[in-house]
Design a protein around this ligand. Structure first.
Ligand code: HH2
Length: 394
């Protein structure tokens, strides 16, 4: 299915007008991208797709004219986002939501950045997030980076390999993992964050579900909170993120690591996860977090059976269409073992392949253990998509 933009929009002019009125560039571009007008020709369409598109367009406040196998949809890009967004009560046929999601994602490419407590991280190219677990029991790198010196050495190697962000976690969230108490988690994380900020120079993210750990890590110089509970585990977490102006990863999970495996029960995994993420995102915005701070993550392996993870990767367009950069964390996870038959330490090629699959469907951030392999694979994906600064092509 093809989606062709017919009417030219003017996001650059809108952004300059907003900047001239005192808005900073990231905000101005984000607002301009949403407010710009566009007319799309969507074809070929069968009859159920045409009727679904007409109903969806009416719901989203868009104009829609249809002909034999085609439709013309006109309105603002923000409303188009509303059309592409999954609505479990009236889902768009897959082919249609994927095509619209892809169109929106390509459209956002130029203005895409992630606002953190310290900077705007550009996301035109793939952004690889290196995993530094300062835990004794993480499923793949447990015990390796417990001492700050080992963590620093690991972080420097990841920076040399092309990591753009370092994600430090003091709690293993593998299924059934025991939880350290808050003081222990803080003791593991904070000195490492402080050392990384002082000596490595990359943006640091803290992987935690506890607001007190997040606050202490932000105080030590971290600028992103990666919360696998999607801001649901700790009622104070959204306030900590808002106060610090931190970037936040809202990840999808059901239950907690002890209970999640029993909750992998979906009517339609891609639609259900997108709808549940949209709800968590809406709560974050209602708590005062700015849209530019938010990254969404489908939570591969969290309350998901292997087939769910594959379906989510295939149909990532529904999450991309929610209008925030998307992160995926397939690294060395069980579902890759189910596909390749490889043990945990033999899954880095499979991880890189999963990252590329996600990149081709609109993901921008990739949380991995083997940074070098992912960076190399994603450099090729970026080049294919023309996002490598070379303009794609030959
Ligand atoms: N996966 C893990 C932990 N944090 N954060 C995001 N945003 N996305 C993920 O997919 C994700 C995550 C689990 O992996 P890992 O950190 O390697 O293992 P463990 O939880 O055992 O430390």
């Amino acid at each position: 299915m093809r989606v062709t933009a017919l009417a030219g929009d003017v996001p650059a002019a809108l952004a300059s007008a907003l900047e001239a009125r005192g808005l900073d560039r990231v905000h101005a571009e984000a607002l301009a991208a949403g407010g710009a007008a566009v007319a799309l020709l969507v074809e070929p369409l069968d009859e159920p797709e045409t009727s679904a598109l007409m109903r969806g367009a009416a719901r989203a406040g868009l104009d829609c004219h249809t002909g034999d196998g085609w439709a013309l949809v006109a309105g603002t890009l923000a409303r188009l986002g509303g059309l592409a967004r999954p609505d479990p009560s009236a889902p768009l046929p897959d082919r249609l939501s994927l095509a619209l999601g892809r169109f929106l994602h390509e459209r956002q490419g130029e203005a895409l950045a992630w606002r953190t407590a310290r900077r705007a991280i550009p996301l035109e190219r793939s952004c690889v997030v290196g995993i530094l677990n300062v835990t004794p029991d993480s499923f793949s790198d447990g015990g390796r980076h417990l001492a700050p010196d080992d963590a620093l050495a690991g972080a420097r190697a990841m920076r040399a390999a092309g990591a753009a962000i370092l994600d430090v976690g003091g709690e293993s969230t593998r299924p059934g993992a025991a939880r350290p108490d808050e003081a222990e988690e803080r003791r593991r994380v904070v000195p490492v964050v402080r050392a990384l900020v002082a000596e490595v120079g990359l943006p640091v993210s803290v992987d935690t579900r506890r607001s007190a750990v997040a606050a202490a890590a932000l105080e030590a110089g971290a600028e992103i909170v990666n919360d696998v509970s999607g801001l649901t585990a700790d009622p104070r977490m959204a306030g900590v993120v808002r106060e610090a102006g931190a970037g936040v990863v809202i990840m999808h999970m059901r239950g907690d690591p002890q209970t999640m495996d029993a909750r992998a029960d979906y009517r339609d995994v891609a639609g259900d996860v997108a709808a549940e993420l949209a709800e968590r995102r809406d709560r974050a915005l209602a708590a005062g977090i700015a849209p530019e701070q938010v990254v969404l993550d489908p939570g591969l392996g969290f309350a998901k059976h292997p087939a769910h993870n594959l379906a989510l990767l295939d149909r990532l367009g529904g999450i991309v269409a929610l209008g925030h950069p998307v992160m995926v964390g397939p690294s060395r996870k069980r579902f890759l073992g189910a596909v390749t038959g490889k043990p945990v330490d033999g899954r880095d090629a499979a991880t890189a392949a999963a990252c590329v699959a996600a990149r081709m469907r609109g993901a921008r951030l990739f949380r991995v253990h083997d940074v070098a392999a992912a960076c190399e694979a994603l450099a090729v994906a970026d080049a294919v998509l023309g996002a490598d600064g070379e303009g794609g092509g030959a």
